[in-house]
Ligand binder design. Structure first.
Ligand SMILES: Cc1cc2nc3c(=O)[nH]c(=O)nc-3n(C[C@H](O)[C@H](O)[C@H](O)COP(=O)(O)OP(=O)(O)OC[C@H]3O[C@@H](n4cnc5c(N)ncnc54)[C@H](O)[C@@H]3O)c2cc1C
Length: 311
């Protein structure tokens, strides 16, 4: 069975940084990424990135290119289209799937850099909508949504910012939230509530998304007196429920907090001394960033290098 000293799961900024540092420190390391390209959430950033020292890019894809170029130039070992299916922490082995083929890889230390994903509503029609590619960015898809009726679901900053951005392009914007309290910043809420082009629906849950080739309507259940249930005709539904860490793989194997994040110490070691976590998988969304993910990758690689040298 193949063995590596350090196995990294996830090729976003945290995993890329950990791999670059491992290479620099002469550690035998392999990075596995389930997607066809490295970069993780960088592919979802359509705004300019102005907060990464020394690299100001017009969007995430430009930063992805720079990071991957650096990674490849450093000759880091990696495999894409390779999903880790199972971790056996007792035998320190992972089971991976690459193009329908399964294999096992053995590690001395494992770094989880699996990142986070957008939370889903979990209602009928949602996955079909995502599978059809109807996933919009309020900042990048203004032209595609021009003149359309759009529903934005959520009560945080991204939902409110999205509603505000689209209000100048879309024909109608509905902001739908399941409670009457919003997590979004006060100034975002005020801007949206005072905008006559946006209809805010509180105490309202989306229970289904309809449409065969594209979204045509959504079902709503309302807790207040106005109506009980209703079908709302819309052309697009933007789900903005925040993010959740990708930790299914490790659930029950290392300690996780109530919010799902992997619990780590100051060198990013989990409750298992051979398993580390970096980036969004262990960082609250309030503090997650490309730079903190990269920094955490550095810490872990340096720490593991010391452990390997001591051994
Ligand atoms: C719209 C948006 C805008 C943002 N803007 C900024 C910004 O301006 N500045 C900033 O600093 N940050 C920004 N961020 C946050 C930043 O992108 C994240 O904090 C950062 O990408 C986290 O890096 P990561 O490596 O931890 O995880 P990710 O980038 O999520 O990468 C995780 C990788 O792990 C892979 N993976 C998961 N499970 C498996 C598995 N089982 N097997 C193999 N591979 C797996 C995934 O496919 C993914 O490629 C933004 C995020 C979003 C969504």
């Amino acid at each position: 069975m193949r063995h590596v000293d350090v196995l990294i799961i996830g090729g976003g900024p945290a995993g890329i940084s950990a791999a670059i540092w491992c290479k620099r420190l002469g550690i035998d390391c392999l990075l596995l990424e389930e997607q066809s390209q490295l970069g993780g959430q960088l592919f979802n950033i359509f705004n300019e990135i102005i907060d990464y020292p020394g690299m100001r890019t017009k969007n995430g894809i430009e930063m992805q290119r720079e990071m991957v170029k650096h990674f490849v130039e450093m000759d880091c070992l990696y495999e894409v289209n390779t999903k880790v299916l199972f971790i056996d922490e007792r035998s320190k082995t992972v089971k991976v799937k690459k193009q329908a083929k399964e294999q096992e890889i053995c590690y001395t230390y494992l770094i989880l850099a699996t990142g986070s994903s957008q939370r889903k509503l979990g209602v009928p029609g949602e996955q079909q909508m995502i599978d059809r590619g109807e996933v919009y960015s309020a900042s990048a898809d203004g032209e595609r949504l021009k003149g359309k009726t759009v529903a934005i679901i959520g009560g945080g900053d991204r939902a409110f910012e999205g509603a505000h951005l689209l209000s100048s392009k879309a024909r109608e914007v509905y902001l739908i939230h399941r409670s009457t309290r919003f997590k979004a910043r006060e100034q975002y809420v005020e801007r949206v509530i005072s905008n006559p082009c946006i209809k805010v629906m509180t105490d309202t849950e989306v229970t289904a998304i309809h449409g065969d080739r594209h979204v045509t309507s959504i079902d709503l259940e309302c807790k207040n007196k106005e109506y009980k249930s209703k079908n709302l005709l819309v052309d697009a539904a933007l789900i903005r429920l925040g993010v959740a860490p990708n930790v299914d793989l490790i659930k029950g194997k290392v300690a996780t907090a109530q919010n799902g994040l992997i619990v780590t110490d100051d060198v990013h070691q989990s409750s298992n001394p051979f398993i580390y976590a970096v980036g969004d998988a262990c960082t609250t969304p309030l503090f997650s960033s490309i730079s903190s993910s990269a920094g955490q990758g550095t810490i872990v690689a340096k720490h593991i290098s010391n452990l390997l040298n001591e051994a």
